[in-house]
Design a protein around this ligand. Sequence first.
Ligand code: NZQ
Ligand code: ZN
Length: 394
Amino acid sequence: MNDFIFQNTTKIYFGKNQLGHLGEEIKNFGEKVLLVYGGGSIKKIGLYDRILSELEKVGVEIFELAGVEPNPRHTTVNKGAKICHEKNIQILLAVGGGSVIDCAKGIAATFYCESGDCWDLVTKKFPIKKALPVFAIPTVAATGSEMDSSGVISNIETNEKRGISSKLIQPKVSFLDPTNTFSVSAYQTACGSADIISHFLDLKYFADDNQKMYMLDKIVEEILKTVVKFAPIAIKEPKNYEARANLMWSASWALNSFLTMGIKQTPSVHAMEHELSAFYDVTHGLGIAIITPRWMEYILQKNPEKVAPQFKKFGVNIFGVDENLSDMEGAKEAIEKFKEFLFVTLGLKSKLSDLNIDDKNFAEMSRRACPNGELKGFLTLTPKDVEKIFYACL
Ligand code: NZQ
Ligand code: ZN
């Protein structure tokens, strides 16, 4: 395995009675807060009022940026940065799903960007040199944005969805209260769960053996089993605290860098999904769910020797596939079980044609997914490979 450095700097308050610490933590960073949120779910669940009351208690002044879109737009990020300048904001408080948290991260960095345009940070025209402190209160178990250093921003004018990454934008403090996810719909719960699973598969579980550490691999398997166990429970019983808590903490651990230690891998399924979202604004977790098994089928045929043993192991250890099967049979069975989990148990749509997406943009999406002519990952793919995978998703 490779050498690594591990440091995760986000302080986590986990549980249902932790919001009382919000005021004292915010006061460590300043007194003027921009509350960033989405389309209103936080008001419906009473979280908005509770946050206001906590902040008012300690005399923090609150400004707002509401209406952050799923797949947050760079224009919304720029609007937030402008408010921060106008109101002398010192802290960003993101309350919502990954889109809201990513938007706040974008604002935090754009505040110090000389052009005031977040897209200049995305394209690396300017580096991220400084950022306002970000706090996060996630309300969906999905992206892990509450404990990582990345954000994903969409530019709908150019059909691009790309990431920014810097330790400077990682949340200083995050409040993870599983009860805030009780109201998440069955659909978003399914999408979030597919996303969590993909973060494990795409970045670490399906990776070259010589990069892996046994201990971390075993932890990944246990968390994968946890998501497979609790996602269906959360869908059937939305207010099941144990299920919501397990999903929420699994989501954070999927991307908090502890489990990727020593592994250097580009997440290829995520790169393909970002093209899908960029062109069709699909829900991230749904795009991931549709692409992942088709990517697995494709790379299994392309390099069975490398891929089949790992897919079989996934099937045996996560879905109870018979270990006496050959590598190829076990790998195929693993993909079938995984599909059944995504499309039957979680009830997600299984094809791009179900989303009214046709092949019109596949060639362009495939080209864009392959910077410098290839898409690195567990298996390196060409634009032609990627295009074939998109066709298999139709
Ligand atoms: O806008 P509101 O009204 O809040 O409704 C949201 C939104 O419609 C709703 N929702 C959130 N909390 C809720 C709720 N509905 C009911 N009850 C609640 N408690 O859920 C919908 C989707 O929200 P969104 O934030 O888009 O979902 P998610 O958390 O899955 O975030 C997806 C975004 O994160 C990016 C994705 O690409 C996508 O843009 N990602 C970010 C990553 C990161 N920062 O590291 C990594 C991921 O791989 C991913 O790419
Ligand atoms: Zn993801």
